[in-house]
Design a protein around this ligand. Structure first.
Ligand code: ADP
Ligand code: MG
Ligand code: MG
Length: 249
């Protein structure tokens, strides 16, 4: 689903990603962990096409198609979803109206007609039930006065509705409270399937108690320096990152 090859990226002439190789197959959940400042958020931003970053080398291939040159919206339309770290508030636009617009824009970009209203309603009902969302929540203004947990719930709802090929969840360094953590984890577990790939970026091992990844990668100084199974997350929790640095030297 995603194949990243020798990816180098810079921001304001500062090299941040220094040769990332990463392959994620459909049906897999990968976690990226690493110390603060190692380039985790940069990687997610570069995959999503954030224009503040310059890709100087390498390729990003989604489902067989190189997407390096595409604008963020085009990538979104092709099925890349990046959770928003700091979602904007849109007073007067409800959670459901926002997602209806997003879905129809995506369909239009892919040459499809608008989703019929009854089908849209059915889908909203299905997904909100799957995620055990309160009906009242759906009519609230987007992100206005949302708690941390509600913001996460909205993000997961967007992901459920959009059914991306590749979902990237980049959690903020400020972290998730236990409520938000459960929402994200339950959502991801319910949404993972054979047709999507999920990349969870976190420096909290705890999240990975709930979302069990197929692979864990360690990002340090812009490179993936170690990869392993879910047990690697526990090893990192226990031993930190210094032993990896020592091993690399
Ligand atoms: P992480 O998510 O692993 O904590 P980031 O990707 O946020 O790391 O940051 C990696 C490095 O790139 C840091 O040194 C950070 O200061 C720098 N960086 C990231 N974004 C910018 C930016 N827009 N301008 C300048 N430096 C940046
Ligand atoms: Mg950081
Ligand atoms: Mg980050």
């Amino acid at each position: 689903m995603l194949k990243i090859d020798n990816l180098h990226a810079a921001v304001e002439d500062k090299d941040i990603l220094k040769g990332i190789n990463l392959t994620i197959k459909a049906g897999e959940v990968h976690a990226i962990m690493g110390p603060n400042g190692s380039g985790k958020s940069t990687l997610s931003a570069v995959i999503a096409g954030n224009e503040n970053y310059t890709v100087s080398e390498g390729s990003i291939v989604l489902d067989g198609e190189e997407i390096n040159e595409l604008a963020p919206e085009e990538r979104a339309h092709k099925g890349v979803f990046l959770s928003f770290q700091y979602p904007v508030e849109i007073p007067g636009v409800s959670v459901t109206n926002f997602i209806k617009t997003a879905i129809n824009e995506t369909r239009k970009a892919n040459g499809l007609e608008e989703m019929p209203a009854n089908e849209m309603l059915k889908k909203i009902r299905e997904k909100s039930e799957l995620l055990e969302m309160d009906r009242k929540f759906l009519s609230r203004s987007l992100n206005e006065g949302f708690s941390g947990g509600e913001k996460k719930r909205n993000e997961i709802f967007q992901m459920a509705m959009l059914e991306p090929k590749l979902a990237i969840l980049d959690e903020t360094d400020s972290g998730l409270d236990i409520d938000a953590l459960r929402i994200v984890a339950n959502g991801v577990n319910k949404l993972r399937n054979e047709n999507n790939a999920i990349l969870v970026i976190t420096h909290y091992q705890r999240l990975l108690d709930y979302i069990v990844p197929d692979f864990v990668h360690v990002l340090m100084d812009g490179k993936i320096v170690m990869s392993g199974g879910k047990e690697l997350a526990y090893e990192l929790e226990e031993k930190g990152y210094d032993w990896i640095k020592a091993e690399l030297n």
